[in-house]
Design a protein. Structure first.
Lengths: 305, 275
């Protein structure tokens, strides 16, 4: 290191001094990260708010002009958009429901000390870490009417006809919700597992002494202890689901007949197909507001300790 | 819990294996299909008849795919390096100093984590277009920094918190500067965590789809997820090749995650993460 010379150790320096005064050092160190956070979160959000107040249909004029609440007025009357919002709630709640239903039993199953349970709690994360683009094409392959083994299975039990379930409006929406939940399940499993492992054994012993059976122990000991984790992680997963785009876009591009067009896709189409970025910005502001209100309600479900 | 019979343990283990298999079979199927001959796939049989690398050879001979591979490597590695370089000093400042606005900055950085890409997609696309950076890797790299940086700061802060302050104080007394102490004492001690964080940033960028789709349309700057989409050639389309491309995208994510699982799982739970 170049600066480790004898001059550094010169006795003429009673206190260590660097180029930056000490009180500025933390700001210098955190500055670049804060700048990135600012540029990627605060600036775009503020800009979206401004943009949503502009009148900007790119086919008509190349630059935005102030339009006041024009986008919001149109948005209120946009039937297909509200249908997409409706679908998005079904999608979000459905995804979190699938995640809870799959993750809770799996977490209970993995809450053991065996080597298999430990290996399984590592491998189970694969759907969570595999990118959407791979899962989306993988599932299209699995559900393909010519080559997909899961299509064959669904066909055999009567859930799919001769063409893929992805061509059926209701079926496509249901199966993509399931896939969305399947992808998020591992995250919830790991969170619940951590919560389960932190429950002290004494609670179970005490319940056992009181004569509580396995079901009663689950309801009175396990469930209250993992409740807040389930709510918090459920909320995080719900927010991610609310902002989904990749999976339904890769699998069906929002079709058939808009059946899987959730708001994320409607917003994307507003920018890239309709060329109305200001309108899309208004949609993203409304999404943010609705999500914020919904989140407040969900947080009310938490238990006070 | 205690006192459980061996039979019960073994049967629960078997159930675990069965459940795990059901959960992972869709992903396994992608991998299996990538090494099966095309006739095998279209034949619809469940068991592969022959093992082949033909699909990999075929896509690696496609120029657009190779260009995308190169672009994804450039973007991923740059993102990993910048993310770590930004996160490390930030984490250190949050862990070691008390200063005005510390909590605000911490909240701002962590808040970015909770913000899905889709929420800032429209304004970012417009901004990028107006400064003329559409169809550049620079714009993509910049947006990808948001994917891993918050969690990187959070994880590294946790690791730095665990290092006794006395170690650095000793170095400071020996004439080391504050940054020198960070570089010579802290960084070597948490090297595995730093590598894990960089890896994580790489993996998130490697598989990222939405921003790439929104910002990139020219084939010479496309990344792998976009190139995979391009494999759906209506004339000579092969499921085997798409699955081989999918495996190439999935493998780094899966392998690196399994290697660094111990470092990453705690951080994932602490911050919640973009999927």
């Amino acid at each position: 290191m170049a600066f480790e010379t004898t001059t550094r150790l010169a006795p003429a320096r009673p206190r260590r001094r660097s180029i930056v005064p000490d009180f500025l050092l933390p700001y210098g160190m955190i500055g670049p990260a804060v700048f990135v956070a600012f540029a990627i979160a605060i600036v775009p959000l503020t800009y979206a708010l401004w943009l949503s107040l502009q009148d900007w249909y790119m086919l008509r004029r190349p630059t935005p002009t102030f339009g006041g609440l024009i986008n919001y007025k149109q948005l209120l009357q946009d039937g297909p958009l509200w249908a997409a919002f409706g679908r998005t709630w079904i999608w979000t709640i459905g995804t979190v429901f699938v995640e809870l239903v799959l993750a809770l039993p799996i977490a209970l199953l993995l809450n053991r000390e065996s080597a298999v349970a430990r290996a399984a709690s590592a491998l189970i994360l694969l759907p969570w870490v595999t990118p959407f683009i791979v899962l989306g094409f993988g599932w299209r392959f699995l559900l393909d009417s010519d080559v997909g083994p899961i299509h064959a299975l669904l066909h055999a039990i009567g859930l799919a006809g001769d063409s893929s379930i992805l061509n059926d409006p209701v079926g496509a929406f249901a199966i993509i919700i399931f896939i969305s939940g399947w992808k998020g399940t591992p995250f919830l499993v790991i969170a619940l597992l951590a919560a389960l492992k932190s429950i002290p054994d004494e609670l179970y012993e005490a319940a056992e002494v009181d004569g509580a059976g396995p079901v009663s122990r689950f309801i009175h000991v396990t469930l209250p202890e993992i409740w807040n984790t389930a709510i918090t992680v459920g909320l995080v997963l719900g927010i991610l689901a609310f902002y989904s785009f990749d999976l339904p876009w890769i699998m069906t591009k929002g079709g058939p007949q808009d059946a899987t067009t959730i708001v994320g896709i409607a917003m994307y189409k507003a920018v890239f197909l309709d060329l109305r970025p200001a309108y899309a910005a208004a949609i993203s502001i409304v999404m943010l507001v609705l999500l914020f209100i919904a989140s407040l309600f969900v947080l009310k479900l938490r238990r006070r300790s | 819990m205690r006192h459980r019979s061996a039979v019960r343990e073994v049967s629960l283990d078997l159930v675990t294996i069965a459940v795990l298999f059901l959960l992972l079979v869709p992903i396994l199927w992608v991998f299996v299909a990538s090494v099966r001959p095309e006739t095998d796939i279209t034949g619809g049989g469940l068991l592969p008849t022959r093992f082949t690398f033909d699909h990999y050879a075929a896509i690696l001979a496609k120029k657009p795919f190779l260009i995308a591979l190169k672009n994804s490597l450039i973007v991923g590695i740059t993102v990993a390096i910048i993310t770590t370089a930004l996160a490390m000093p930030a984490a250190y400042a949050l862990s070691r100093f008390t200063f005005h606005g510390r909590n605000f900055f911490a909240l701002l950085i962590l808040g970015t984590q909770m913000l899905p890409s889709l929420a800032v997609l429209v304004p970012l696309v417009v901004i990028v277009r107006q400064i003329g950076l559409t169809n550049t890797l620079t714009a993509l790299i910049f947006t990808h920094l948001a994917l891993g940086m918050p969690i990187a700061v959070w994880m590294l802060k946790g690791y730095i918190d665990a290092i006794p302050k006395e170690l650095e104080e000793a170095a400071l007394i020996d004439g080391c500067s504050r940054l020198g102490a960070l570089w010579r004492i802290v960084v070597p001690l948490i090297r595995p965590a730093i590598i894990a964080v960089g890896t994580f940033a790489f993996v998130l960028s490697w598989g990222e789809y939405l921003m790439a789709l929104a910002l990139i349309s020219k084939s010479d700057v496309k990344t792998l997820p976009l190139a995979l989409q391009g494999l759906f050639d209506p004339y000579s389309f092969s499921w085997g090749q798409v699955m081989a491309g999918g495996t190439i995208i999935a493998m780094p994510a899966i392998l690196l995650f399994l290697i660094f699982r111990r470092q990453l799982v705690g951080g994932l739970l602490a911050g919640g993460v973009k999927g």
